[in-house]
Design a protein around this ligand. Structure first.
Ligand code: CA
Length: 224
């Protein structure tokens, strides 16, 4: 699941970013309305967390323009004021939900889960290939021999691979999308995760394999 986080208070943004990443979301963070529009129009997100009071373009205007452009990505408004008029205004502009600062983190995470479920068929929470299933709600990977709950990065790699079976994903793309701002990481973190996932696939007894294309990247396929 990929989220866009739009919040200009750096400390709050960092805290939210860390918590969301810890909960297995891929997160792009931007700090003003103009960047929010650029990112939301250029990339496909599963949800947008949008602060209302923002530099350059405020959150309401960002929301209005996104909906005017036909972007239907679910939006959770982060409102500081907690004023009734603001909430109504936001919902009228096409927001899906709102939370009032200061946030109760478990509640925020529950709302993000609800948000990213919205508008999608429930079956979307399951990714299937061959005799393998990845549950995007519980992070469980299931095969003929049972199931294993995947941790953060491994879950995100598996989710990415299973979303485009057969397609080779370059190693750099995993870095970019999953490690993102943790730019201190070296590319071998990807190899470590892939190697661990391969062992798990073997122990699950599945016919799905992660294939390496030397010097390029990885893909998943069903072994005949
Ligand atoms: Ca703000």
């Amino acid at each position: 699941m990929k989220l866009l986080l739009v919040e200009d208070e750096r400390d709050l943004s960092r805290a939210l970013w860390a918590i969301l990443r810890h909960n297995n979301y891929t997160v792009d963070a931007v700090y003003d309305g103009r960047d929010a529009l650029d990112y939301a129009l250029a990339e496909s997100y599963d949800g947008i967390l949008l602060d209302v009071m923002l530099p350059t373009i405020d959150g309401f205007e960002v929301l209005r323009r996104l909906r005017a452009e036909g972007v239907k990505t679910p939006v959770l408004l982060l409102t500081a004021k907690g004023e009734r008029e603001d909430k109504i205004h936001g919902l009228d502009l096409g927001a899906d939900d709102y939370v009032t600062k200061p946030f109760d983190m478990p509640e925020l995470l529950a709302r993000v889960r609800a948000l990213t479920r919205r508008g999608k068929d429930y079956s979307h929470s399951l990714l299937k290939l061959g005799d393998l299933e990845l549950n995007k709600s519980t992070f469980e990977l299931c095969g003929p021999n049972g199931s294993i709950r995947l941790a953060g990065k491994e879950f995100q790699i598996m989710e990415y691979l299973l979303a485009v079976p057969g397609r080779v994903i370059p190693t750099e793309r995993f870095m970019e999308r999953i490690w993102g701002y943790d730019c201190n990481s070296e590319i071998n973190v990807v190899w470590v995760c892939i190697s661990s996932l391969r062992k798990k696939l073997v122990s699950l007894g599945t016919n799905v394999k992660i294939r390496a294309s030397r010097g390029v990247g990885y893909s998943v396929e069903v072994e005949q």
